[in-house]
Design a protein around this ligand. Structure first.
Ligand code: HEM
Length: 212
């Protein structure tokens, strides 16, 4: 049962796939893919810039998070739909592409980080602290497992990013736990900086697929 998807992929004939049968659908899918991540990462970075103490000063990070959350989620739903549509144009090639492996792994790390640690940093106060600490532990242990499993490959390099993101969150946890609701400090800025680095890594992971 376990190997069925792999056999299905091996038996799968990409030449019959719609994106491989005309000149316009693959580039059109890439355009929608780029629009999707511009929307998601663009709105996520608005809040991260606020966490870094730059950008829209008239809004607290918690308010900026509230105003952008739906748009970020809409973009984050669009990219996997278009991404997998492109992926199935040549699944075996992409599955062996180290930059693709790096990208989808860092994307998973960035999404866990976004909805646990970074969400807590933007909203501050006690609520969300437990989710942030759980997120930190998952990223630290998950990263260690990825590095042990695939040290020199795309998964392993992504694992190192996960260890840094999770480890930092756990180190900052005690000081952030004490910070009063609505406060802002170096810990919040550091968490915003790691968020930006994770999403930039996803973009470069995507850009380098064609070159690896
Ligand atoms: C926020 C998340 C994502 C970002 C920022 C992102 C970014 C990118 C970028 C920058 C490219 C290169 C576009 C180009 O060369 O014109 C790309 C291509 C691609 N992406 Fe994504 N992507 C994301 C999510 C996904 C997901 C979830 C998948 C699905 C498995 C995926 C699959 C692909 C594939 C297959 C390509 C084509 C690469 C090629 O042949 O050049 N992406 N992505």
């Amino acid at each position: 049962m376990f190997f069925l998807p792999l056999f299905a992929l091996l038996a799968y004939d990409p030449t019959a796939y719609p994106l491989n049968n005309n000149e316009w659908s693959f580039p059109l899918m890439e355009i929608i893919h780029i629009a999707g991540f511009a929307l998601s990462i663009g709105t996520i970075c608005v809040v991260d810039m606020r966490l870094l103490g730059v950008g829209i000063f008239h809004e607290a990070p918690s308010q900026a998070l509230k105003d952008t959350a739906t748009w970020s989620l809409a973009g984050l739903l669009l990219v996997p739909i278009t991404g997998f549509a492109i992926f199935f144009s040549d699944p075996l090639m992409y599955m062996h592409n180290q930059s693709f492996r790096f990208k989808v792994t860092v994307l998973t790390i960035a999404i866990i980080y976004n909805y646990t640690i970074r969400r807590w940093a933007a909203r501050t106060g006690p609520s969300g602290a437990t989710a942030a600490s759980i997120g930190g532990v998952i990223l630290l242990l998950g990263g260690l497992a990825l590095v042990i499993w695939d040290l020199h490959g795309g998964f392993g390099v992504a694992g190192m990013a996960s260890i840094i993101a999770g480890g930092l969150a756990l180190v900052l946890y005690p000081s952030m736990r004490k910070s009063p609701e609505g406060s802002w400090g170096t810990a919040h800025a550091l968490i915003g900086a790691v968020s930006v680095l994770l999403w930039v890594s996803v973009v470069f992971g995507g850009l380098f697929i064609a070159f690896v």
